[in-house]
Design a protein around this ligand. Sequence first.
Ligand code: ATR
Length: 288
Amino acid sequence: MDAKIEKISKTFCIIGDPVEHSLSPLMHNAAFKKMDLNYSYIAFRVPSSELRESVDSLKRIHIAGFNVTIPHKVNILRFLDDFDNDSKLAGAVNTVKNENGSLIGFNTDIYGIMNPLENRISNFNGLNILILGAGGACRAALIGLSRKKGIKKIAIFNRDKNRLNEAINLGNKVGLDCFPYDYTDSKKLDEVSKASDLVLNTTSVGMQGERSPIEKSSITTNTIVFDIVYRPIYTDLLENAKKANARLIYGYEMLLNQGYKAFEIWTGLEAPRDTMKNTLLGIFGEPQ
Ligand code: ATR
């Protein structure tokens, strides 16, 4: 019999809204193929109002695992059976594994955010950081940053006050000095951005071509600007950062790094990093 036919098949997916432009299917399918696994990965658009039913359905069809993206990273928690330590700390999940019928939550966004940062920053001592957004990705960033010594201040800008306060409380609880700001206060945003060593966008703003609230004139050449939005590769924020001669961290770097860890959680195998990276860069082209 053909060895391939004997292989166990497994299905994985990503749930989010919007999710049509996700490159996770491409990246993981390339990795499965490279590792000769008979696995496949698809995308499902799940609106917030259907999250519970959708997770129940995934459990019923014995999905092997899935990723969770905007806007479900926090709300998914109540529908899972158990969590790893990092996702418990962050109160946010981006990766789920089905272990014998139980859905277990993990947070690989922490590594996804911290690995690209650690490649650029050897010493976090004294840093002023600006974070846009207060959802799941912000919470992952706060847990990752709490493991670095000496960060001076973290300013978080968000529209929704409740979510903002929850993120501030989380950051302060894990030992960071976090301060809340209104996302629409452009004067304050301009002032804080100019004084920041690192600007991190954790919102979905830019995905649909929206303008960033941070202008070129608010970014200094010494600032590192990291946008977790990966499509388009040059969001308005990264365009502004490039024009300001700042240092850029592209969203695809987070996508890749969180993806390596998710692959490893699901398969127990080391991720084929080059294959995953080349697959993504085949879409984007190496940024100039
Ligand atoms: P996820 O769980 O994937 O992080 P989320 O918890 O819904 O998704 O968080 C998304 C973040 O992006 C939130 O901080 C959200 O701001 P609000 O809390 O004010 O809703 C932010 N966000 C999404 N769309 C935005 C927009 N158009 N302008 C500003 N912020 C936006």
